[in-house]
Structures are given as structure tokens and as C-alpha cells.
Design a protein around this ligand. Structure first.
Ligand code: ADP
Ligand code: MG
Length: 155
């Protein structure tokens, strides 16, 4: 991913940036979203997931209570070969995770071992031990720079 800083001026612009960034995300990849409440992490995620073709932006909602949402093709099972449609994407929100024990019970290692795009809001709460098998990590820091302005630093 090319390092750069972008300022967006509306939620729509942030969505569009997510779509653009999704083109540079080849699974397996871990996307860490850093920044405060209201910084635009979920909005950017909607764009990324939609851009990857795993779900529509309306289908992507904040996983604050469930901690993990899953989008994309269903895995093959004994009953069928799965469902087509883009990459497998996990959308994780660590806002409510308070202890190392809680983090462990989420089973993030298993997600990172898959050929998936794993997007983590409050990514600063993820320890350095949790990294994808391929080792690719994209860090995106979001910051409110005004009512509708968001400074988004990608590296
Ligand atoms: P987070 O997941 O970081 O808490 P959300 O994406 O859920 O943030 O919320 C961002 C809020 O900020 C939304 O209410 C959105 O409408 C508003 N907003 C205003 N300007 C922008 C912008 N440029 N980019 C993203 N969100 C914006
Ligand atoms: Mg959020």
C-alpha cells in the first residue's frame, strides 16, 4: 500500500476512499484502523467491504456489540460448495474489549490464518503477536480535523 495522507470532506468521500483502498488489498491482509469514536473507521470500512464486493455498504454495520462481522462468500461445507461474491472479509471492533483474556476468546488468530481481509477498528488494542500469516499489515489513522473533515493517514 502506498503511504499517503488524504483529507476527506464528507462521509461519501471517506466511503469512496475505502473503495479506492480496497483495490490495493490482496488477502491475506490485516487492516488496522486507529482513531477515536466518530473518526470515520466504520464509514471507511463500508467503502472497503463494498469495494471488495463482499457486501453492500448498507449491509456493513458497526460490530460494536458482537465484536466481529463476517462478509463475503460462504465457506464450502458438506452441504455445498459455498457462495460466490468477492473476498472474505472480517470486520472486528475492539472498542468493548477490556482484557487480554477477552481478546484471546475472540479467536482472531484463526481469522488471520485464513486468506481473508481482516479489518480491525481500535486496532491499537491488538497486540503485536496477532499478525496475518503472510505478514501484510496496513495501518490507517483517522482523525477529525473539523466537523466534516477527516485526516486519514495510510501507511
Ligand atoms: P467510528 O467508527 O470511527 O466511530 P463512524 O464512521 O461510525 O466513526 O462515524 C463517523 C461519523 O462522522 C458519522 O456520523 C459521519 O456521518 C460523520 N462524518 C462527517 N464527516 C465525515 C467524513 N469526512 N468521513 C467520515 N465520517 C464523517
Ligand atoms: Mg466504528
Amino acid at each position: 500500500m502506498r503511504a499517503r495522507t488524504v483529507v476527506t470532506h464528507s462521509p461519501e468521500e471517506t466511503l469512496a476512499l475505502g473503495v479506492e483502498l480496497s483495490r490495493e488489498m490482496q488477502p491475506p491482509v490485516l487492516v488496522l484502523l486507529l482513531g477515536d469514536l466518530g473518526a470515520g473507521k466504520t464509514t471507511l470500512t463500508k467503502g472497503i467491504v463494498a469495494g471488495l464486493g463482499a457486501a453492500t455498504e448498507e449491509e456493513v454495520t458497526s460490530p460494536t456489540f458482537t465484536m466481529i462481522h463476517e462478509y463475503g462468500p460462504a465457506p464450502a461445507t458438506a452441504l455445498g460448495t459455498g457462495r460466490d461474491g468477492g473476498a472474505r472479509v472480517y470486520h472486528v471492533d475492539l472498542y468493548r474489549v477490556e482484557t487480554a483474556r477477552e481478546l484471546e476468546t475472540l479467536g482472531l488468530e484463526d481469522l488471520l490464518a485464513e486468506r481473508a481481509v481482516v479489518i480491525v477498528e481500535w486496532g491499537e488494542r491488538l497486540g503485536p503477536a496477532l499478525r496475518p500469516a503472510g505478514g501484510r499489515v496496513i495501518e490507517i489513522r483517522l482523525e477529525a480535523a473539523g466537523e466534516d473533515e477527516r485526516r486519514i493517514e495510510i501507511r
